[in-house]
Structure formats: structure tokens, C-alpha cells
Design a protein around this ligand. Structure first.
Ligand code: DSN
Length: 478
């Protein structure tokens, strides 16, 4: 698409929306302006291409398509079949997987599909077998009772939340924490790294049905070969949630022991983080689990979103282009440059650095909570999110960490020099922010004091840093 076509497409779309509800058109335009002006360091966000964004805004949105390609519960799905098959083909080729299911609407949905597939495959339940054999009418009330009892309370071992694991890996605020009897493995308190011997020990003791690897705030690679050996040693199904680092797998930065696809029984991901696609999820697996995975809708998913599957097909096609590997490598190079810049200025980083797309700053070194640091940075035009650090004394709400990531700024084209400048801005804000007090004068974990002149100056420097790297440069909304 020519640059002119991009601009015309977005302008025309906004004009049409404005004709019905101008406030929505204004909000869409304001979102672009905000994203253009902020130094976006949220590790789970990115900027999808214009082609990916435009593939979502069309009449595919009007179509119901429960079922799978060629086997739908609705008539007239021939064009949905085309885009779903294309997205799955691109996913299989990109990741070297034998099966791809591209219907999940998000990461949590992809994980629910995987949990269902594993339970259905692994749990010994005669009633479930009958149900699977489409003899549902033969099931008695006692069978259904037994089925519910047998599927429930299965064991899952995943990475602990404060070590960087994800809510959907069996933690109580998520339904997975209510479905599964969960135990977690943490990280070595001295190094911050996963201690595989401890994981093996926990697996031997707990004997999980599912061993989960994957994270949203662990700044290091995971050795999936070793994790698979641990799973095999206790007869567990090995599941990897690669939502955060799917782009690094696609771009062949994570290969061999660090590529989850050859090692895991099942891999889940989102499509919008380092992979740079539309918001959504995906499941990859071998032939053994494919049939159960394909039951995702209507088993745990609402009707598939064909317009998003169209956008997944576009984004996955982009990720198969040669330039994506370079992009993925630059994400990691930038994260390491950012980490080095912070370390040189005296920041404390969990694990002492990074070898993926994210950096976790322990802001207790600056005398702050994560919440104070997050807000002070936001005041200064730097968008991050607070995050627990291992054994966090401030819990999951206030936290002691700030998580930063480079996929989005790398998409804009920023490089090592800008990462060093970003480290300077972050360090300036954090070192000049002090904890505040509540109305009663007591120390507060939320209030903070930052001279507005410092926030303004940093905000201006952040904007200057972005000026040579315009976001969606071809799009002029007028
Ligand atoms: N919310 C995503 C993240 O920020 O990591 C994961 O679900």
C-alpha cells in the first residue's frame, strides 16, 4: 500500500465514523495523537502495521463462524474459511508447528483452550470419553457428576506470579486458580534466575498434570528442553505460554533450547505483543492435541472473530518476511542497551539485566514503590507499568518494580543511542522523586513528590527523542 493510500484509508474511515458519532472519531484520533507523543515502554504493547489495522475494520465482523475451516455450524463461511486457513498456514510455517488454531480472542482464551485440550486428553474419565464419542445422550446424571468431579482439581505447576509468571497459570484472581490445584516454582533469590533443579524437585513432589512455562515479567530466556525433560520425568503435559516473546521466536532470536515449539506439547500466545499483530490469541500443538484444540469454540470460546483472523493472517505474513528477524533482534539489542544504561546509572535490575524484550527495575533502590514510580514516570511522558519483583514486600497492588519493554519503541525505529537517552530520563525521574505522605502525615505507598519542572523537562526531552521517529508517518489525519 502506498503511503498516500494509508492516509486516505484512515481519513476516510474517520470521516464515516464522524458522520454517526463524532465523539468516537475524536477519541480514535486522540488515541493516535497520544500514542505518537508518549514514550511507550509497556512490554506487552506494540504498534500493528496499517495493513493489519485495516484488515480488522470490515464486514468480516458481521459473520458468525463457529466450528472450524470446512466444518461450520453456520452457512456462508467460505470467505472466513479463506482467512482462517491462511492465518493458520502462516502460523504453522512461521513457528514450524504441525497445527495452529487461530480463533482465540486473547491470551486468556488461548490458555483456556489449551487447558481444556489437556484435560480432555489426559484425565481418565469414562463419562468424558462417552461425551467425546458423541454419546452425550447416554450420559446419566451420575456420569455428569463424575465428569465434573474428575475434571476438576487437577494439578498445575507454573511460575509464581511475583517471579514473573502470569495470572492465567493457576492464580486465584483468574479462573485457572479456581479450576486447578496449583503450585508454583519461583526463582533463585540470589540470582533471580529459574533454578531448574528446584523446578524438578517441585515437579517430583507435586506430580502435576500440567507443567507451565512462560512469563510476563521474567527478563531472561527459559530453557524449554530442560523444562520438557522435567515434565516427562513426572508424566506431565508441558505447556508454554509464549505471549510475551512470540516475536522473538518468530524472528529466530530464540532458537534451539529456547524455542518452545519443538519442546512443548502445546504452546499458546497472544498475537499483539512482540509479534506485532492484532489483539488476539493462538494455540500451536502437535497432532495428538489438535482435535481437542479445535473444539475451542464453542467449548470455551464465543464465536470466532473473522475480522481479527483476517488481521492475524496479515500480521503473520509480515512476520514471515525477512525484515522481521532483524526487528526481533533489535528488540533484544534495545532492551540490553536500556538495561546497560540503567545499570551504569546505578539502578537495580531483577537478574542484573535482560536477554529478552523486557527489563524489570527494582525501584526500592530509589526508595519508591512501583506505584509511585509508575505515576512519576507517567507525569514525565514515559508510559510504563508497575510490577511485582520476586518476594515483593509491597504486594501486587503497590509493588516494588517497574517493567519496561522495547517492542513498541523498536517498531518506531529507536536504537541503542535513544535507549541510553531513555535510561537517563528514567533515572532522572526516579532519582528525583521522593515518597509522599497521606492526609494524616503517615508515609504513603501511592503519594509521591516530583518537582513539576523536572517532569516537564523530562517530558520535553522524551518528545524530542521521538521526533525523528514518527509513528505511522504516512497517516495524516489533518
Ligand atoms: N496484560 C499482559 C501484560 O501486560 O503482560 C499479559 O496478560
Amino acid at each position: 500500500m502506498s503511503r498516500n493510500a494509508e492516509s486516505t484509508a484512515f481519513r476516510s474511515a474517520l470521516e464515516v465514523v464522524r458522520g454517526v458519532e463524532p465523539r468516537v472519531a475524536d477519541a480514535i484520533a486522540a488515541e493516535l495523537a497520544d500514542q505518537r507523543e508518549s514514550l511507550k515502554l509497556i512490554a506487552s504493547e506494540n504498534y500493528a502495521s496499517p495493513a493489519t489495522l485495516l484488515a480488522m475494520g470490515n464486514w468480516f465482523s458481521d459473520k458468525y463462524a463457529e466450528g472450524t475451516v470446512g466444518r461450520r455450524f453456520y452457512a456462508g463461511c467460505q470467505n472466513v474459511d479463506t482467512v482462517e486457513a491462511l492465518a493458520a498456514e502462516h502460523a504453522r510455517e512461521l513457528f514450524g508447528a504441525s497445527h495452529a488454531y487461530v480463533q482465540p480472542h486473547s491470551g486468556i482464551d488461548a490458555n483456556l483452550v489449551a487447558f481444556w485440550a489437556i484435560l480432555a486428553d489426559r484425565v481418565e474419565s469414562p463419562a468424558l470419553r462417552k461425551a467425546q464419542a458423541r454419546q452425550v445422550n447416554d450420559l446419566t446424571e451420575a456420569d455428569w457428576f463424575a465428569l465434573r468431579r474428575e475434571l476438576g482439581n487437577q494439578r498445575m505447576l507454573g511460575m509464581s506470579l511475583d517471579a514473573g509468571g502470569h495470572l492465567t497459570h493457576g492464580f486465584r484472581p483468574n479462573i485457572s486458580g479456581k479450576m486447578f490445584d496449583q503450585r508454583s516454582y519461583g526463582t533463585d533469590p540470589a540470582t533471580g534466575l529459574i533454578d531448574y533443579d528446584r523446578v524438578a524437585e517441585a515437579a517430583r513432589e507435586f506430580k502435576p498434570l500440567i507443567l507451565v512455562a512462560g512469563y510476563s515479567a521474567y527478563p531472561r530466556k527459559v530453557n524449554f528442553r530442560i523444562m520438557r525433560e522435567i515434565a516427562d520425568s513426572v508424566g506431565a503435559t508441558f505447556m508454554v505460554d509464549m505471549a510475551h516473546f512470540a516475536g522473538l521466536v518468530a524472528g529466530k532470536v530464540f532458537t534451539g533450547d529456547f524455542d518452545p515449539v519443538p519442546h512443548a506439547h502445546i504452546v499458546t500466545t497472544t498475537t499483539h505483543k512482540s509479534l506485532r499483530g492484532p489483539r488476539g490469541g493462538m494455540v500451536l500443538c502437535g497432532p495428538e492435541l489438535a482435535d481437542q484444540v479445535d473444539r475451542g469454540c464453542p467449548m470455551v470460546l464465543g464465536g470466532p472473530l473473522p475480522h481479527v483472523m483476517a488481521a492475524k493472517a496479515v500480521a503473520l505474513a509480515e512476520a514471515r518476511r525477512p525484515g522481521f528477524a532483524d526487528y526481533a533482534q533489535r528488540i533484544v539489542d534495545n532492551a540490553q542497551a536500556l538495561a546497560d544504561g540503567l545499570l551504569r546509572r546505578g539502578a537495580t535490575l531483577v537478574t542484573g539485566g535482560t536477554d529478552n524484550h523486557l527489563v524489570l527495575i527494582d525501584v526500592s533502590g530509589y526508595g519508591l514503590t512501583g506505584r509511585q514510580a509508575e505515576q512519576a514516570l507517567l507525569d514525565s511522558g514515559i508510559v510504563t507499568n508497575r510490577n511485582s519483583v520476586p518476594q515483593d514486600p509491597n504486594g501486587a497492588w503497590y509493588t516494588s518494580g517497574i517493567r519496561i519493554g522495547t517492542p513498541a519503541l523498536t517498531t518506531r525505529g529507536l536504537g541503542a543511542a535513544e535507549m541510553d537517552a531513555t535510561a537517563e530520563l528514567i533515572h532522572t525521574v526516579l532519582s528525583q522523586t521522593t515518597p509522599g505522605t497521606g492526609p494524616d502525615g503517615a508515609p504513603s505507598k501511592a503519594k509521591y513528590v516530583l518537582d513539576p519542572a523536572v517532569a516537564e523537562s523530562v517530558g520535553k526531552q522524551a518528545a524530542d527523542l521521538l521526533t525523528p521517529f514518527p509513528l505511522y508517518p504516512a497517516v495524516d489525519l489533518g
